[in-house]
Design a protein around this ligand. Structure first.
Ligand code: 2NL
Length: 365
């Protein structure tokens, strides 16, 4: 048999293979289990020693040549395929990088950050506490005894679990218990704000069962209603970023403060919309109720473990969601908690813009 002719023919066909698929077909044809070269190798087994010595080296050389040719051709085809791909594929490195999707800061979080910044400038720390409270910290310590109408007013969510007194645990209806805990835990003097989630069984267009409140508490010697008014005026001017904010203090009632004052802010109607600023008594102006406050009731100071003859204080409470709506112009409270990313993208804030007094506490995204 002319092994040289077989080799030449096989090498010619390998060299002529136009793609990797065709080359693989040839490999199977020559070297596969049923392949022609493999068949020749098998014939060696049935030969005499002399015969095998004569043709063995030739068959092995043939297999060696075919195998080598296959490897060489495979490398050439792969390299050609890569060259072809590189020739058509181009990357323009001067194009702008695609933008990384970025979340936004919820207006409630933004306003909480603004409050922390503004009040920090007046020496207030931020205090937090549990959202699941006992009856004493949420009601009794605040001079809201059992059967008091104020308790019913709050429409409380109660748990089946009872506290040490056998009273039902509850979702806090305000952040006042945080301040009671601060009085008991750190003693006087105190300057804190307590922002956070609060819960009331209430649900309509302007009320959600969960909402956000900020309360503030100052306890020191010789604190008066004058300190209260200055603090709230300074806060509101910084928050709404207007120097012409005018306050009106109106007598009111809360069990935890005495005297109690409702704080109204003057507004004007501009293009049919309420804009805070100026006296509410000016023509075309009005007063808007913004927060409740007062001098801390002596009984509450005593419940906080302090002597009301030595320590006095003022406190206030406001709705964070409402403050956010007034400042940033949303008109539907329920959308705050729907989790719609389109709303979040529109009303949310750039996470890289941290509110500062010098840089502007409420720079829109
Ligand atoms: C409102 C009224 C108010 C307080 C909250 C308070 C807390 C302590 C002691 C005394 Cl520990 N008072 N908080 C005082 C007056 C009013 O909130 O309309 N909030 C939305």
């Amino acid at each position: 048999m002319d092994y040289a002719a077989s080799r030449d023919e096989a090498l010619a066909r390998i060299a002529a293979a136009q793609d990797l698929g065709a080359l693989e077909t040839l490999r199977v044809e020559f070297l596969g289990k049923q392949g022609s070269v493999s068949g020749l190798l098998k014939t060696l087994g049935g030969m005499s020693a002399d015969e095998r010595q004569a043709v063995g080296p030739q068959i092995h050389a043939l297999r060696e040549s075919v195998s080598e040719a296959l490897t060489t051709r495979k490398a050439a085809l792969e390299s050609a395929a890569l060259d072809a791909q590189l020739a058509v594929e181009t990357i323009d490195l001067t194009l702008p990088a695609s933008e990384t999707p970025r979340g936004s800061i919820h207006p409630v979080s933004q306003v909480m950050d603004e409050l922390a910044e503004i009040f920090a400038d007046m020496g207030f720390a931020v205090a937090t506490g549990p959202e699941i409270e006992d009856d004493w910290h949420n009601f009794t310590a605040l001079n809201i005894p059992e059967s008091h109408p104020a308790r019913a007013m709050h429409d409380t969510f109660y748990f089946p679990d009872k506290d040490g007194e056998g009273r039902a645990m509850l979702l806090r209806t305000h952040t006042s218990p945080v301040q009671i805990r601060a009085m008991l835990g750190q003693g006087a003097p105190i300057r804190i704000i307590a922002p956070g989630r609060v819960y009331r069984s209430d649900s309509d267009a302007t009320h959600t069962p969960m909402f956000h409140q900020v309360e503030g508490l100052v306890i020191d010697r010789g604190i008066t209603l004058g300190h209260l008014k200055w603090t709230l005026e300074t806060f509101l001017k910084a928050f709404f970023e207007r120097d012409d904010i005018v306050l009106r203090l109106r007598p009111s009632y809360f069990p935890f403060t005495e005297p109690s004052v409702e704080v109204d802010v003057g507004f004007a109607i501009v293009n049919g919309k309420r804009v805070l600023g100026g006296s509410g008594d000016a023509p075309g102006h009005g007063w808007m109720e913004l927060l409740g406050s007062g001098m801390v009731n002596r009984k509450v100071i005593a419940a906080g473990g302090l002597d009301p003859d030595e320590w006095q204080g003022f406190a206030f409470g406001a709705g964070i969601d409402r403050l956010a709506m007034l400042k940033y112009g949303m008109d539907d409270l329920r959308a705050f908690f729907d989790g719609d990313v389109r709303w979040a993208a529109h009303y949310g804030f750039n996470p890289h813009d941290v509110p500062t007094l010098s840089g502007g506490v409420g720079t829109a995204a």
